[in-house]
Design a protein around this ligand. Structure first.
Ligand code: HC1
Ligand code: SF4
Length: 594
């Protein structure tokens, strides 16, 4: 252990600990902006300064490791004044539109300005704002765009950027897609895209990992809170909501529920209080996906088809295939994602049950993912209304962050409400469907059902497919199945999450170093629990905690197999007839674009 002192108090810390970690662990405040616990250290904002005895200048706490006898001071007048002067300069360049900013009240820069009481020295700087208005909404030409809403998923307002570079590091470190980088020089330096193009002209997959780590409101999801609020307030249509697997565990973390507490009932109660008429579970359509995708896999194994077959529920991964690996399009499962499956059945099967038409329903999907917004806007995901016009299966997609904003605006605290239940008939789900939210979960759910459908004599016991669990980026397992002739086959399965890992994995497949039959792909490291639309968190263990909640929910559940879901049986009996049947193909399957 190393002996140090901070502001006169003595501590022992492990060798190689940074001054920042040592200070935080012992309750001292050091300001940071470019630092993020899940990203490599950059040390470029110069706010985390500390005075150290013997050093002629303040040192950055995030890059400096402790040494024996180190005497650290966090709040000397020199340190405070230097921080204040850095913040003043940053404030001078920052637009003064906090009140309408998506990150208002959840902005690290705003907190710093308040904490250090930095008043504006000059009237709000409007130079950049006036020069580049929010006018490039329908961009058809690549152009210089400090404000960029060229995708349906992400909004970028670079006027608000504080140049911390976290988004640059997230796009590189997690995804290795490298859309964002510092461009220009000196006073004109800013974060931009290759050739400074709007994001839809780049290979951006719309995963939102950049927005997840942005400390301000410079990169956010394309906000749909206000439109949903208007629908909820006016109540002119039938308001339906569906919620992804990863939402309930994110809310449990946000509202500090016990690790083994199932927050689903509180989440449903909160949504009901917001004013939704019907609340359904995307986990139901995850079960439906297992029926469709499992059948598709077995059909390919029996009748031939492209291998490996890739899962298709992650829209970031679909974007990556369409933009960067078009040769793999036929390897993708033709199944729509659970979001789009429930969208299609709500506006057909459920609308029919209610005796209403597609356009009478407004369906809001709550997702941990920004790319889901773009997925919902794909022109093929529509159905005809009684007036012959096309209406989207999903009208709005809110991220978990946006749901929290909506709850704050409508003063709804789900933790205080009595548990409620999803509506029927699209509300029952198995815990296998819930596992979709975590890397390896789709595989685990698929194996549970496929082994039983094909009649494997010794199916892998529930919860025993350990090889596909955990935060490892690339995982593999061998799964025994049977062909329709009763022949035993070993399906080579892999699970990959995170864009950087996906690229490594595809390189190996291309070089024939590895061969697989069925591969689960998720663009965000760890899966949807770590989606780009999840609440921002400074907890380095947040993904592990959410993952553990998912597995605890599975252990506690009584229904753990997709094909045993009574509402799944019911929808096939009453409506779809059979997996991969004619109506399933029409409503639940899709194609991919060049
Ligand atoms: Fe996901 Fe999925 S698991 S993609 O991560 O297949 O977003 O949670 O809803 O659609 O079910 C996301 C999560 C989600 C879909 C399902
Ligand atoms: Fe990179 Fe994802 Fe952000 Fe696009 S959305 S810039 S791919 S991190």
């Amino acid at each position: 252990m190393v002996n140090i002192s901070i502001n006169g108090r003595k501590f022992q810390v492990k060798p190689k600990t940074t001054v920042l970690d040592a200070a935080k662990a012992n309750g001292f405040y050091i300001p940071t902006l470019c630092y993020h616990p899940r990203l490599p250290i950059a040390g470029n904002c110069r706010l985390c300064l500390v005075d150290v005895k013997g050093s002629w200048k303040p040192l950055t706490a995030c890059t400096t490791e402790v040494w024996e006898g180190m005497e650290i001071e966090t709040d000397t007048p020199a340190v405070v004044e230097t921080v204040r002067s850095s913040l003043s300069m940053m404030r001078e360049e920052h637009p003064n539109d906090c009140m309408t900013c998506e990150s208002n009240g959840n902005c690290e820069f705003q907190d710093l300005i308040y904490r250090y009481q930095i008043d504006a020295q000059h009237p709000v700087r409007t130079l950049l704002k006036n020069k580049f208005k929010k006018s490039n909404h329908n961009i058809t030409e690549p152009c210089y765009s400090p404000f960029d809403d060229s995708t349906f998923s992400i909004a970028r307002d670079m006027n608000k950027c504080v140049k911390c570079g976290r988004c640059v590091r997230a796009c590189h470190h997690f995804q290795n897609i490298n859309i964002l980088g510092f461009i220009n020089r000196a006073g004109y330096e800013r974060v931009g895209t290759p050739m400074d193009r709007p994001m839809n002209f780049t290979k951006c997959v719309e995963c939102g990992q950049c927005s997840q780590v942005c400390p301000v409101g410079a990169i956010t999801e394309r906000n749909e809170v206000i439109e949903v609020l208007r629908q909820l307030d006016s109540k002119r249509k039938i308001l339906v909501c569906s919620t992804a697997p990863a939402i309930r565990v994110a809310l449990a973390e946000e509202f500090n529920a016990d690790p083994d507490f199932n927050f689903t009932g509180k989440m449903v109660a909160g949504l009901r209080k917001l004013g939704f008429d019907y609340i359904f579970d995307t986990n139901f359509s995850a079960d439906l996906t297992i029926m469709e995708e499992g059948t598709e896999l077995i059909n390919r194994l029996n009748n031939g088809g492209k291998f490996p077959m890739f899962t298709s529920c992650c829209p970031g991964w679909i974007n990556m295939v369409e933009k960067s690996y078009p040769e793999l399009r036929e390897n993708l499962s033709t199944c729509k994602s659970p979001q789009q499956m429930i969208g299609a059945v709500i506006k057909s099967y459920f609308a029919k049950k209610l005796g209403v038409s597609t356009e009478d329903i407004i369906h809001v999907s709550v997702m941990p993912c920004t790319a889901k917004k773009g997925e919902a806007k794909r022109p093929e995901f529509v159905q005809k209304g009684k007036d012959g016009k096309n209406y989207p299966d999903i009208d709005y997609v809110l991220t978990t962050r946006e749901l929290l904003t909506l709850m704050k605006l409508k003063k709804v605290n789900p933790a205080e409400l009595a548990d409620d239940k999803f509506d029927s008939p699209l509300g029952i789900s198995s815990s296998a469907g819930n596992l979709f939210g975590v890397t390896g979960g789709v595989m685990e759910a698929a194996v549970r059902t496929a082994q039983i459908i094909t009649g494997v004599e010794n199916p892998i016991p529930l919860g025993e497919l350990k090889a596909v669990r955990g935060l490892e980026g690339i995982k593999a397992a061998t799964v025994p199945l049977k062909t329709k002739e009763g022949k035993d086959i070993n399906v080579r399965a892999a699970v990959v999450s995170g864009g950087a890992n996906i690229q490594k994995f595809l390189e190996k497949i291309k070089n024939k170093e590895v061969e697989f039959d069925f591969v689960e792909m998720m663009m965000c490291p760890g899966g949807c629990i770590n989606g780009g639309g999840q609440p921002k968190s400074a907890d380095p263990k947040i993904v592990t905690k959410k993952m553990q909640r998912m597995y605890t929910m599975d252990e506690q559940a009584t229904l753990r197999l997709s094909h045993e879901n009574e509402e799944i049986k019911q929808i096939y009996k009453e409506f779809l007839i059979e997996p991969n049947g004619h109506l399933s193909h029409e409503l639940l399957h899709t194609h991919y674009n060049d």
